[in-house]
Ligand binder design. Structure first.
Ligand code: GAL
Length: 415
């Protein structure tokens, strides 16, 4: 019996022949701010996996930092021009969008796939949850708590590579003599602000960090221990290139990769850049978690949200994307490229490099894990802290005392 081709095509498109009839590919525009070499390599893992499932990843990369991309993403969603999916950080960045009912509820998928048993630490999924419903899929664990050193730079300066912040500061004059910038940093405020948080923990310890950021203990915030952190932060601003014109974090990382700079305090997304440059942890570069003093990690990183829309096919594709991002094989492939750690414990990262292995060891002990700033402060407070850090780095007339007083005012009013 000969069916007309059109009849067969229409029957197939209705999926009446079951799984063998593939659904029509659904385009999903995905916004994110991953534009460095390493980040782009990681995005490709997501895109290839989504496309292999029969859909179409429409890349919506936004150049610049999260500080540039987030307002664009949020205004599009509020303005009724939502993307299919978007990256945001773990934590509170989407809380108003979720409260406004603008984001897709993923609870049914999460329950079907057992996300609460899969995702660890569980606080990552808690950051996606409002009133018992889940609105995002965590995809990685990044930690700010790292310092990256160029072994070549210290060799050129004829000195041992430092194993902690104190040794690094002591080595700085020799780096300067060899024409090497001791500390690389990008000019965007989130970078100098992130560095400060790393110093609170790496030099002051976790108890100090909790007193300051979680308990907001004003005696501690205004006390001598925090004054020591501001003094170390003053050291840091005096270790950068006085003529620094770098803005992007990965351009600062490239100064370490090339040996122009001795070190950078930056999250472990920097690993992606060393990897793309063909450098090996422990050979050309090294990594000091917690500035080499306290091996801790924070649970920064990324999750994907799916703005609601009225097309059931799009909603189905959004759910396919969320499921793909948490799948074992994608979690391994994506995180190895991104330099981050997977959000599930049941995967084998045998290809992890020496620095990622340090991170996995730290992550194995819950005592070593902190929530990230994104998870404990709202964007408004973080913005004020970023402005303070940026001003402190740019204007040497801002004294330690001025900065500590303003820091205190900001945290006193933080919600
Ligand atoms: C962070 C994000 C990371 C990393 C970094 C620099 O907010 O969580 O994935 O890419 O920005 O772009």
């Amino acid at each position: 019996m000969k069916f007309k081709t059109s009849l067969i095509t229409s029957v197939l498109s209705l999926g009446l022949f079951g799984a063998s009839a593939s659904a029509t590919a659904t385009d999903l525009e995905v916004t994110h701010w991953w534009t460095s070499g390493g980040e782009a390599a990681a995005v490709k893992v997501f895109a290839d996996a989504f496309n292999a499932g029969g859909d179409n990843w429409v890349d919506g990369a936004i150049a610049g930092s999260g500080g540039t991309a987030r307002p664009i993403i949020i205004s599009r969603i509020i303005g009724g021009e939502p993307m299919g999916a978007t990256q945001l950080n773990h934590g509170r960045q989407a809380e108003e969008l979720v409260e406004a009912g603008l984001m897709l509820d993923l609870t049914e998928l999460a329950e079907k796939e057992g996300w609460t048993d899969i995702v660890r630490p569980s606080k990552l999924l808690e950051s996606c949850t409002l009133d018992g419903k889940i609105y995002c899929v965590p995809v990685n664990i990044h930690s700010w708590q790292w310092m990256w050193t160029s072994l070549k730079a210290f060799e050129t300066a004829g000195i041992e590579a430092p194993t902690n912040w104190g040794e690094f500061v002591a080595a700085a004059p020799k780096l300067r003599e060899a024409g090497i910038i001791p500390l690389a940093v990008g000019g965007q405020a989130w970078q100098t602000s992130g560095m400060f948080g790393v110093m609170v923990i790496g030099i002051g310890g976790m108890d100090l960090w909790r007193s300051v950021y979680v308990e907001k203990n004003m005696d501690v915030i205004n006390g001598e221990d925090m004054k020591k952190i501001w003094q170390a932060y003053d050291d840091a601003r005096n270790l950068t290139d006085p003529k620094n014109s770098i803005q992007n974090w990965n351009d600062a990382t490239n100064q370490v990769i090339s040996g122009q700079a001795g070190a950078q305090i930056m999250g472990d997304w920097a690993q992606g850049e060393f990897s793309v440059a063909g450098q090996t942890a422990g050979v050309e570069y090294d990594c000091l978690p917690g500035l080499g003093n306290r091996a801790v990690l924070d649970t920064a990183g990324d999750a994907f949200y799916f703005p609601k829309n009225d097309d059931p096919e799009v909603t189905e594709a959004q759910l396919r994307m969320a499921s793909m991002m948490l799948s074992k094989e994608v979690q391994v492939g994506f995180n190895l490229k991104k330099g981050s750690l997977p959000v599930r414990a049941d995967v084998d990262l045998e290809a992890a490099n020496a620095c990622m292995k340090k991170g996995l060891e730290i992550l194995a002990n819950p005592e070593n894990i902190l929530p990230s700033g994104d998870q404990i402060l709202n964007r408004d407070t973080q913005g004020q802290l970023e402005d303070l850090s940026s001003e402190f780095f740019a204007d040497k007339s801002v004294t330690i005392e001025d900065a500590q007083a303003r820091f205190s005012e900001i945290l006193e009013l933080a919600e």
